[in-house]
Ligand binder design. Structure first.
Ligand code: CA
Ligand code: CA
Length: 233
């Protein structure tokens, strides 16, 4: 299969995340403003305006999310033919082998057990499903199964890299491949210096050293999942 990346999907999903964050921030700001202004004469007017804005944002957010689930949908019986999945003759791409062998985050086949993603999908063969995602060259890259989130709807290749970690202008590279790392604090002491730091500080502690990472290749970058065997998301 050709390497392809559906950037639009990522943008759409990020847009939802940004919108959700904006909504939370707006609500926090709104709450603060309301508190600050409750004692002066303008307080009442601002409170009404804030409530109106919040309701508007909420409606906008609802519309975005509803639309997202309706971008592309294929509804029908899930079939498995020669190692590929189909609904109404349209090939469904649920992810690569690595992803299909990870433990599922949701119980898609509703048998009460979180199995591998592959087992969950196999549990749905022959039943009626609704698959959402992005259609590219007659392949539907699934984002949702029956309205339940699966993954970013794109073709990703899982890769392992080993080499000396370099830092150039605040970005990190191994063999010229840029590392896409999570923002904020690391959950683990990746550089083994005895403290939990921000992810970039953990990486600074490893610059110049040989490291082993794995993650999802995306053009000439890699979305880092593990560093030296430690979960880094
Ligand atoms: Ca299950
Ligand atoms: Ca550390």
């Amino acid at each position: 299969m050709n390497k392809k990346y559906v950037a639009v999907a990522l943008v759409a999903t990020i847009a939802i995340a940004v919108l959700a964050q904006a909504q939370i921030s707006a609500m926090k700001n709104g709450a603060n403003e309301t508190e600050n202004n409750a004692s002066d004469g303008k307080g009442f007017y601002r409170k009404i305006m804030n409530q109106w804005r919040e309701r508007n944002r909420e409606r906008l957010r609802e519309r975005e999310i509803n639309n997202y689930l309706n971008i592309t949908r294929e509804e029908g019986i899930l079939e498995y033919i020669d190692g590929k999945y189909y609904v109404n003759g349209v090939e469904i791409y649920f992810g690569d082998e690595h992803f299909l062998n990870t433990i599922s985050r949701s119980d898609y086949d509703m048998d009460g057990v979180y199995e591998t993603v592959m087992e969950e999908i196999k549990g749905l063969i022959g039943s009626s499903v609704i698959i959402n995602g992005l259609l590219e060259d007659n392949i539907l890259y699934a984002s949702h199964i029956n309205g339940i989130w699966l993954r970013q709807p794109c073709y990703n290749e899982f890769a392992e890299l080993q080499g000396v970690l370099e830092e150039i202008n605040g970005s990190y590279y191994i063999d010229g491949i840029k590392l896409i790392i999570k923002q904020g604090f690391s959950k683990s002491d990746i550089d083994r210096d005895g403290s939990l730091e921000r992810m970039y500080e953990e990486l600074n502690g490893l610059v110049g050293k040989e490291v082993k990472i794995d993650g999802w290749l995306k053009d000439d970058s890699i979305i880092v999942m593990h560093i030296n065997g430690i979960w880094a998301r």
